[in-house]
Design a protein around this ligand. Structure first.
Ligand SMILES: C[S@@+](CC[C@H](N)C(=O)[O-])C[C@H]1O[C@@H](n2cnc3c(N)ncnc32)[C@H](O)[C@@H]1O
Length: 150
């Protein structure tokens, strides 16, 4: 889980029985995550670091980026490279899960990056969730990596 923050998703996934690695450059957030995981006895490990430097190893089945990609003009190149790195490093049959703010432009940029990847990707789930308290709607996309086709 990249950019896990204080563990909103990581702890919930840990409660479901997943082994979770959360990487975030905020030591405050990661300390809170690790304390809470320990208190609840979860298999959740927070690591302080820059997610751009973290390698996706073979034991990672799912990469989750929640509220992390925005594709604002100034960040678009870096974020595109970052997503491409994840798509390349993720193992075959691994899942790439993104949750981004609803928006035609950013959703189409994300889909374009996935479509242009040299691997086959199958959409397993796609939906929108409205959060009335934040006055925001989020787009969830789950894709599964297949064989290299290009
Ligand atoms: C909007 S929060 C999302 C947190 C979490 N994914 C969630 O949904 O609750 C963005 C997080 O990204 C982290 N972050 C931003 N850039 C980062 C980077 N280069 N490496 C690691 N973490 C980063 C911030 O510290 C922050 O915790």
């Amino acid at each position: 889980m990249w950019a896990s923050g204080q563990g909103r998703d990581a702890l919930a996934l840990g409660e479901l029985g997943y082994r979770v690695i959360g990487v975030d450059h905020s030591s405050v957030g990661i300390n809170q995550l690790n304390q809470e995981a320990k208190k609840r006895g979860l298999n959740v490990q927070g690591i302080v670091g820059d997610m751009h430097d973290y390698q996706i190893t073979e034991d990672i089945d799912i990469v989750l980026l929640d509220s992390m990609l925005h594709f604002y003009k100034n960040d678009q190149k870096k974020e595109t490279e970052f997503v491409n790195k994840i798509l390349n490093q993720l193992k075959e049959n691994g899942l790439f899960v993104t949750c981004i703010l609803k928006g035609d432009k950013r959703e189409s940029i994300l889909k374009q990056i996935i479509d242009q990847s040299p691997y086959e990707w199958t959409v397993l789930s796609e939906c929108y969730t409205e959060y009335i308290e934040f006055n925001a709607t989020y787009h969830l996309l789950v894709v599964k990596k297949g064989k290299r086709i290009k």
